[in-house]
Design a protein around this ligand. Structure first.
Ligand SMILES: Cc1cc2nc3c(=O)[nH]c(=O)nc-3n(C[C@H](O)[C@H](O)[C@H](O)COP(=O)(O)OP(=O)(O)OC[C@H]3O[C@@H](n4cnc5c(N)ncnc54)[C@H](O)[C@@H]3O)c2cc1C
Ligand code: SF4
Ligand code: SF4
Length: 595
């Protein structure tokens, strides 16, 4: 195998499993350590610079980082139920405990650079673009048909999961940067918007239309059949405050989970979720399913809806299903149905001759990296780009689109993407002392406390999760393995004494004859079977062997570096900050001309 190129920013980035998996690449272990130290404002700002909505995401994120977390992997052999660090809920601790000083840490609105940008929609994607560009001097105007900013964060996610005060606060942090919000203004024509002379336009209008189910009885019993996302918006605005006694929710995604839990709070006596797929294949996150079941809501899988049953006068009486596995037909009585079977994209306000190409799927034709459309000054992001996803993906799109817009408006190629900023710093404080806590114990994941069921179910506005207190947050933070503190090996200093091999508790290190990757993986002290994780291969050592370290199960405990008599191993903190709009994303010549 070739010697590993540890100067490639992607090499050590992949070792930080959570940061690699996060669409916005938030430096997770960095903020977890700050939380353990009680430095909540700093932890908040590490998040804010990366994911813009720490308080919102600390309650609602889809958490792609947690299935990737090393803790869940390395505990497999040691603990009965290996569990990831509660990365998402730790983020909330930072947001819940910020001080008055936080206000002073936000950037000030920058001096204007003469360029105007319009964002359509005030959801997380547009607000990220606004945040990234307003701090660089752009005059940003955000349009939204609703009365307040936030997009689906405000209109769809129920208050028992996300209080309105958190949305107000975090949208406020963006708008306070001198961003103009034109609330209550729905853009009806892209051509008219372009005619207003904006230098660039970002389309972050989301994926607004909920899919309908055109089955027999849909028309006749329509009075008590609602599209789930429209219904949730009505609940959020207070237009709907009660439901019929027996409710069926169709669908298996997170919208279905929010519908069923909201219906329960609005007084339904029985709520049933019916989904076509198997339970395991449902789109809802595992914890959303658990939360619904915890509240006494049954989930019936493999139930294919066939018809809405009704009386002659159109009164809904039930739903007919076919059980996919047996073919048996069943009727489940109900008085109201909420359809939550997915969303469609809709761009009725973009004229098809406006110069923006659309595919057969109704989605704009975009460059997947730059988010640029076929009209060079128009960019898309969030659910409007490639269909419905989640908040953190919308934020990640917003950052990348802002880089593209910044480069485009400086006359630079959007295809050229500057690499992220990286930094490696030794954590050595003494012979056996590191700047981070490297004692590793097999602690089980700590549970986030919940409000009492009677209180939580009594009102749609009572927040269910209470968040970690500081003491529990500290203990949960200690479960983090500090995967960003990298084991850095120096060939020249190694005398091949094998001391690190003997001390490593995970048998991660082997000194061995080099070979092809597939067979080398088998020849290691502990075979390296997880092909998704890299092998760290040194250059040739004096005996002709190489050092090979399996990155998969390393605990970052630093014992190898403590034991090494020559300092060939060092524990170095790797900090990766993604490229954002601004001088750092521009070509050198442009930066020099501006200086
Ligand atoms: C019920 C439900 C629950 C969800 N729960 C979660 C969750 O817990 N965690 C998670 O990560 N994701 C969740 N999501 C998904 C998440 O809300 C979205 O992926 C995310 O908000 C998309 O962000 P966005 O910026 O692309 O657009 P949106 O948030 O959809 O915002 C788009 C905005 O554009 C406005 N708009 C549309 N057209 C126009 C126009 N022509 N002119 C002006 N304004 C316009 C709309 O009014 C809207 O405010 C949920 C979605 C639903 C439906
Ligand atoms: S142990 Fe910590 S640094 Fe490692 S993946 Fe999990 S949260 Fe991230
Ligand atoms: S830090 Fe060193 S000793 Fe600890 S698990 Fe990793 S390779 Fe082994």
């Amino acid at each position: 195998m070739q010697r590993s190129d540890i100067l490639d920013p992607a090499y050590f980035h992949k070792v930080v499993d959570c940061q690699w998996a996060c669409p916005a690449h938030t430096p997770v272990p960095e903020y977890i350590r700050l939380i353990a130290q009680g430095r909540y404002d700093e932890a908040y700002m590490v998040n804010w610079l990366s994911n813009v909505f720490p308080g919102v995401l600390g309650r609602t994120c889809d958490r792609p980082c947690e299935p990737a977390c090393r803790r869940g992997r390395v505990e497999e052999k040691n603990a009965a139920k290996p569990e990831a660090v509660a990365i998402c809920r730790l983020k909330r601790v930072a947001a819940d405990n910020t001080s008055e000083e936080l206000r002073t840490l936000f950037p000030k609105p920058a001096a204007r650079n003469g360029k105007r940008v319009a964002c359509v929609g005030a959801g997380p994607a547009s607000l990220t673009v606004a945040r990234d560009l307003a701090t660089q001097g752009y005059a940003v105007t955000v349009f939204d048909g609703e009365a307040k900013a936030g997009g689906f964060i405000r209109t769809q996610i129920p208050r028992f999961r996300l209080p309105e005060s958190v949305i107000d606060e975090e949208c406020g942090h963006v708008l306070n940067l001198g961003v103009e919000l034109r609330a209550g203004e729905r853009i009806a024509s892209m051509k008219a918007l372009l005619a207003e002379g904006y230098d660039a336009v970002f389309v972050g209008c989301g994926a607004p239309r909920g899919r309908d189910l055109h089955l027999p009885g849909r028309q006749e019993a329509g009075a008590k059949i609602r599209i789930g996302i429209d219904w949730l918006a009505s609940v959020s605005f207070g237009h709907v405050d009660k439901v019929e006694p027996r409710v069926i929710v169709l669908g298996g995604g997170n919208t279905a989970m929010d519908c069923c839990r909201s219906a329960r709070r609005l007084g339904a006596q029985s709520v049933t979720v019916a989904v076509r797929s198997g339970y395991a294949q449902m789109k809802a996150s595992p914890w959303e399913k658990e939360d619904a079941e915890h509240e006494g809501i049954p989930i019936l899988d493999f139930h294919v809806p066939l018809a809405f049953e009704h009386e002659d006068n159109g009164k809904l009486t039930g739903m007919r299903f076919k059980k996919a596995q047996t073919g048996e037909e069943v009727v489940i009585p109900c008085d109201e149905v909420l359809i939550a079977v997915g969303q469609e994209n809709a761009f009725p306000w973009i004229e098809r001759d406006a110069g923006i190409a659309f595919g057969e799927d109704g989605l704009p034709q975009l460059d997947r990296v730059t988010f640029q459309s076929s009209l060079p000054q128009v960019f898309f992001g969030g659910d409007a780009a490639f269909g419905p996803k989640n908040i953190i993906t919308a934020v990640a799109h917003g950052h990348e689109a802002a880089v593209s817009m910044d480069r485009h408006l400086h006359g630079e190629s959007v295809a050229k993407r500057p690499p992220p900023h990286v930094n490696l710093l030794s954590q050595k404080m003494g012979i056996h002392e590191w700047s981070y806590d490297n004692a590793i114990a097999n602690d089980a994941r700590y549970k986030v406390p919940w409000a009492k069921a009677e209180k939580a179910l009594a009102s749609i506005k009572v927040e269910v999760e209470l968040g970690f207190d500081a003491a529990t947050a500290f203990k949960e933070a200690q479960r983090c393995l500090n995967c960003d503190v990298q084991t850095v090996f120096s060939d020249k200093q190694c005398i091949e004494c094998d001391a690190c091999v003997d001390i490593c508790p995970m048998d991660s290190i082997t000194f061995v004859e080099n070979g092809e990757e597939a067979e080398l993986r088998q020849r290691l002290k502990a075979p390296a079977l997880n092909l998704e994780q890299a092998l760290y291969v040194s250059g040739d050592l004096k005996t002709g062997r190489v050092m090979v370290k399996d990155e998969d199960v390393c605990l970052h405990c630093g014992l190898c570096a403590e034991r090494c008599p020559t300092g060939a191993w060092d524990m170095q903190k790797f900090l990766l900050v993604t490229t954002k709009a601004g001088a750092a994303c521009r070509d050198h010549e442009t930066r020099r001309a501006m200086a």
